[in-house]
Design a protein around this ligand. Structure first.
Ligand code: GDP
Length: 358
């Protein structure tokens, strides 16, 4: 499964946030047979559509899609020049498919800041600098080899050009991800650069920020085009201990309509380039995870490889059409249920029944 690595300076609230995530993992527990590593938190992707489907189909169970987070603890500053721990830290980030950077914006005299003051811009710079330096080393090693290959006609000039462009971006102190639009990302893929990974910034905030749309907009602006999530890690840790109803009340009191963990799950899922399709019946209403652009047989393969191999057709209705019709039969009478073949590209929210040969 695709994972999001959680990184950040010491004392910004990573453990607090991660404990809330793993606590939710245990509560979600849709994985009786899966062994979950201690440094992995698997959280449900909130999806109100499933409640609606369960109502329509009288489903006994609801199974949402999930998002996996990995706690990448360890040193940050000096990692790019470090041996041992520093290398391990960077290697763990390399394995993740996206990075969630926790940034402290809460004020608390009792919590020491490693650099003596709360300064999100400087904190983000510290981490990005390490990632940028690591990528510059990767390119410094790769470019001379590639140059030889290009002159020996064993590699394409276009690849070398892409490497050199990326090097320029890094030398300017920018991440590859922030310049993804102007860089040839396909050519860079093989390098698995750290700064090419999509980033999410998780601002660990207090009421001063959570209550101010203006402050949030300022911080979001700083990290664009990356996504920003604002939460209070301590509050999130408390919320997971409460019943759903109590949690809702507590959020309301704080002027929020969704928990920070739910927000993080939604943003994370999108950042990974994933989407869901839905299945529904008396047994369960369920969201299945696929990549954007997957075809109907590929989507069927997520349920079972036999479904992909023996794929004949997919009976599909959009969630909105199904709800508007009120039932599957009514959707059929209204002509809203389509039969799609092997070439069909799945859309988020397709409600699907696969027809296949075994
Ligand atoms: P880590 O080193 O990044 O893993 O940080 P921790 O999660 O261990 O948090 C460091 C300290 O900050 C702990 O004492 C936490 O209780 C506290 N802390 C974490 N999040 C918040 C927060 O949102 N507000 C306040 N006031 N304190 C927090």
């Amino acid at each position: 499964a695709l994972t999001i690595g959680i990184v950040g300076l010491p004392n910004v609230g990573k453990s607090t946030l991660f404990n809330a995530l793993t606590r939710q993992t245990i509560l979600a527990a849709n994985y009786p047979f899966a062994t979950i590593e201690p440094n992995v938190g698997v959280v449900n992707l909130p999806d109100e559509r499933l409640d609606k489907l369960a109502e329509i189909f009288g489903s006994a169970k609801i199974l949402p899609a999930t998002v996996s987070f990995v706690d990448i603890a360890g040193i940050v500053k000096g990692a790019s020049e470090g041996e041992g721990l520093g290398n391990q830290f960077l290697a763990n980030i390399r394995e993740a498919h996206a990075i969630a950077q926790v940034v402290r914006v809460f004020e608390d005299e009792n919590v020491v800041h490693v650099d003596g003051k709360v300064d999100p811009t400087s904190d983000m710079e510290t981490i990005n600098t390490e990632l940028i330096l690591a990528d510059m080393q990767t390119l410094e090693n790769a470019i001379p080899k590639l140059e030889k290959q290009v002159s020996g006609k064993k590699a394409e000039k276009a690849t070398l050009d892409a490497y050199l462009e990326a090097q320029k971006v890094l030398e300017d102190g920018r991440t590859v991800f922030s310049e993804a639009k102007s860089l040839d990302m396909d050519q860079l893929r093989g390098l698995n650069l750290l700064t090419a990974k999509p980033q999410i910034f998780v601002f660990n905030a207090d009421d001063g920020v959570l209550g101010s749309a203006e402050k949030q907009a300022e911080l979001a602006e700083l990290v664009a085009p990356a996504d920003a999530v604002f939460l209070d890690a301590k509050l999130e840790a408390d919320l997971v201990e409460l019943s759903a109803e109590e949690a809702r009340e507590m959020l309301e009191m704080n002027g929020q309509d969704e928990s920070g963990l739910d927000q993080l799950a939604r943003v994370g899922f999108r950042t990974l380039g994933l989407q869901t399709y839905l299945t529904a019946g008396p047994k369960e209403s369920r969201a299945w995870t696929i990549n954007k652009g997957d075809t109907a047989p590929e989507a069927a393969g997520v349920i079972h490889t036999d479904f992909q191999r023996g794929f004949i057709k997919a009976e599909i209705v959009s969630f909105e059409d199904l709800v508007a019709a009120g039932s599957m039969n009514d959707a059929k009478s209204a002509g809203k249920v389509r039969l799609e073949g092997k070439e069909y590209i799945m859309k988020d929210g397709d409600v699907v029944d696969f027809k296949f040969n075994v």
